[in-house]
Design a protein around this ligand. Structure first.
Ligand code: AMP
Length: 443
């Protein structure tokens, strides 16, 4: 089957690898020359992924039978709608359904109006006066979010980035006056306290099939310190749950995702594609932090590396319907992913620095390698401003999976940074202790 894959990061390398494993002939559209995708794809076009006309023309010229879009920006640019208009079925959502990610006010409204469980108290605000009223109503323990896409960098949390009412007002004014996220509108919502996790699910518009839970680590430095990033690494466990997450909580979170898809249908927006739910497990159960209309990055590398079923069939069923749990079976193993990033990533990345990657030795260690935002020139790999390489280990136990990743990373050198603490025993135990306290109401 001839499949178009859009995007050039490690998430898309994992998507392309899973498609190729399932026998697809992959045609890729990406803006940087990702060496992993360039090698696996039958053909690729270096192009602005948001240039809808060019991507659709490429799909037409290659007689593409199915398309999957990795990043969120082309979804917002209407790429899926244009592909569908050109008779190309897609395993990604149309713009109206992708609004569950691209508009935080739409997401909060849909959840509240359709009484989806796990909704949070919030106000959508477009004037300074309304911001004052929102704080009066919700209190100071709030989070301020621009309504539109900000690459995960526009959210400010009371107690972390804002310490008093003045700080909240200052940031709110800045969002409104500078139109951060694309419009003079923001969401103020109650601050949730707990542990965060991700559940991704395949969806065909009606049926939703969840994947193993994953925990990502957004902060740049060890001990969850430093600036927020796109994600430094992630892990999942052999039973599909996490050390601090029970079956009941997982099931409640999946129920929230099912209710959300049903709510979108009622709104006239069929959700076809991978749905990403980010939840906070609070003492009152899971609450929605956000939805993404695509795989997570790094979380895609965890789940796609564990997928035993035919990914092409799953994508076909997401596009055409008839998706059931039996179509998406995962290896009952733990997975750990750690990102190799350029020195300074999170503040000021060291760009165009060479990274030496010994692929053969990494493979001998049993680790998987997914290239992200690097450039390949004359067979040599160079950093960009973004993350460079995802290394994944899969094993029966999380300890072993973590060891495999570290051994893999030891064969990558250059001016790079890695969060070695991710998925180490001390960190997992600390999360369990923290969650126990939160359940007891102790902070
Ligand atoms: P988002 O872009 O919505 O994923 O937000 C980025 C980060 O801000 C999340 O990963 C959370 O750590 C934090 N965050 C977002 N919303 C909330 C909330 N309501 N309560 C506490 N933290 C939040």
């Amino acid at each position: 089957m001839r499949i178009l894959a859009v995007g050039g990061g490690a998430r898309e390398h994992a998507i392309v690898a899973a498609l190729v494993r399932s026998g697809a002939e992959v045609y890729a559209c990406l803006k940087n020359r990702n060496p992993g995708i360039a090698r696996s794809a039958k053909e690729f076009l270096l192009v602005d992924e948001n240039d809808v006309d060019k991507v659709v023309a490429f799909a037409r010229s290659k007689n593409i039978e199915l398309a999957i879009v990795g990043p969120e920006a082309p979804l917002e640019a209407g790429l899926v709608d244009a592909l569908q208009a050109a008779q190309v079925p897609t395993a990604s959502p149309a713009r109206s359904a992708a609004m569950i990610e691209t508009s935080k006010s739409f997401m909060r409204r849909v959840l509240s109006e359709h009484r989806v469980s796990g909704a949070v108290r919030h106000k959508v605000v477009d004037t300074v006066r309304d911001l004052e009223l929102a704080i009066d109503d919700l209190g100071l323990e709030v989070v301020v979010k621009p309504v539109g896409l900000t690459g995960g960098k526009g959210v400010k949390v009371f107690g972390e980035h804002m310490m008093n009412r003045q700080d909240i007002m200052d940031y709110g004014r800045e969002v409104l006056s500078k139109k951060i996220g694309g419009s003079a509108k923001l969401v103020v919502e109650e601050k949730l306290v707990g542990e965060e996790l991700t559940i991704q699910a395949f969806c065909d518009g009606k049926n939703l099939v969840p994947m193993p839970a994953v925990q990502d680590h957004k902060r740049a430095y060890e001990g969850d310190k430093g600036p927020n990033t796109g994600g430094m690494g992630s892990y999942s466990m052999s039973d599909g749950l996490l050390s601090f997450l029970g079956r009941k909580e997982y099931d409640s979170a999946v129920k929230i995702m099912k209710e959300t898809v049903a709510a979108l249908r009622k709104e006239g927006a069929e959700y076809r594609g991978t749905l990403y739910g980010q939840f906070m497990i609070t003492k009152d159960g899971p609450k929605v932090i956000e939805f993404n209309a695509r795989f997570g990055d790094p979380e895609a590398m965890n789940v796609l590396s564990l997928l035993k079923s035919d990914f092409v069939e799953i994508c076909n069923r997401m596009a055409h319907g008839g998706l059931r749990a039996k179509h998406a079976v995962f290896d009952k193993k733990a997975s750990v992913c750690k990102y190799v990033v350029p020195e300074g990533y999170g503040t000021k990345s060291l760009t165009d620095a060479e990274i030496v990657v010994d692929e053969e030795e990494i493979s001998k260690e049993g680790a998987l390698l997914y290239y992200a935002s690097v450039n390949e020139r004359d067979g040599r790999i160079f950093t960009t401003t973004s993350r460079s390489i995802g290394v994944v280990g899969i094993s029966e136990s999380i300890e072993d999976a973590e060891r495999v990743v570290e051994k893999g990373i030891s064969h990558i050198s250059g001016r790079i940074h890695v969060r070695h603490d991710i998925a180490k025993r001390e960190m997992l135990e600390a999360k369990v202790r923290r969650m126990e306290n939160i359940r007891k109401g102790v902070r």
